[in-house]
Design a protein around this ligand. Structure first.
Ligand SMILES: [Zn+2]
Length: 230
């Protein structure tokens, strides 16, 4: 029984970390955000809501400068103040804003936002448990292998999530009659918008895959949808 103690402790640690991270994130978002009331953008989110058979899609403004959209563990959708500013200045179109909201809706619908928080808080615990376990059989290199495995797993999970959220958004935007063109044009703008935007992103906003690969993935979906009987 005693030999399972490290694993048990690691699990308890992960659970505690998860509760704390959710609480801290929710509190941060509650104090740093307001619900968005933009009539132009609302016309777009109403189209997404209709396509989803929902009464409305709520969007909140998160008061930070870096350009990003995000979905909280409790399922709310946020656009950063910096991103909204790009829309106000005309650098980002209303359809492109809708594509970000659709992407974040995908993260919520597919359960990513909740799981991402679990991943994030569980990572350290998993690393610790693996290191303890592997060190028994492989003294010295056990820790090194544990680190490598955990990092690889985390990268795999988050990357898969992004492609899934993109595919969800592409389908939703197509159903809403907005189409995937703004989704693709935004990917190209994002690279320029997010570089040198000042201020570090919160660590739990994991990075997105490469622009060209994301566009290619959407085009592959479009080809498949065109060739499938409707
Ligand atoms: Zn995403």
């Amino acid at each position: 029984m005693l030999k399972f103690m490290p694993i048990l402790l690691a699990i308890l640690y992960a659970l505690a970390m998860y509760r704390f991270s959710v609480w801290r994130t929710t509190r941060e978002l509650d104090t740093q955000s307001t619900e968005l009331a933009d009539p132009v953008l609302k016309r777009m989110t109403d189209r997404l809501a209709t396509a989803l058979d929902l009464p409305r899609v709520r969007v909140h403004i998160y008061e930070i400068d870096p350009v990003n959209g995000l979905a909280s563990p409790d399922g709310r959708i946020f656009i950063t103040r910096g991103f909204y500013r790009k829309f106000q200045t005309g650098e980002v179109s209303v359809e492109e804003m809708a594509s970000v909201i659709a992407h974040e809706l995908g993260h919520v619908a597919l359960g990513h936002s909740r799981r991402r928080m679990i991943d994030f808080s569980g990572q350290n615990a998993l690393r610790t448990a693996l290191a303890m376990l592997l060190s028994r059989f492989l003294p010295g290199v056990g820790v090194w292998i544990a680190n490598g495995l955990t990092t690889l797993l985390a990268a795999r999970l988050s990357r898969g999530d992004e492609y899934e959220a993109d595919a969800y958004a592409a389908a939703l935007l197509t159903k809403a009659g907005i189409g995937t063109a703004p989704q693709k044009s935004l990917f190209e703008k994002l690279e320029a918008l997010t570089s040198g935007a000042g201020g570090a992103m919160p660590a739990w906003l994991l990075s997105h895959p490469k622009t060209a690969e994301r566009i290619a993935a959407i085009e592959k979906l479009e080809t498949r949808w065109q060739h499938s009987p409707s």
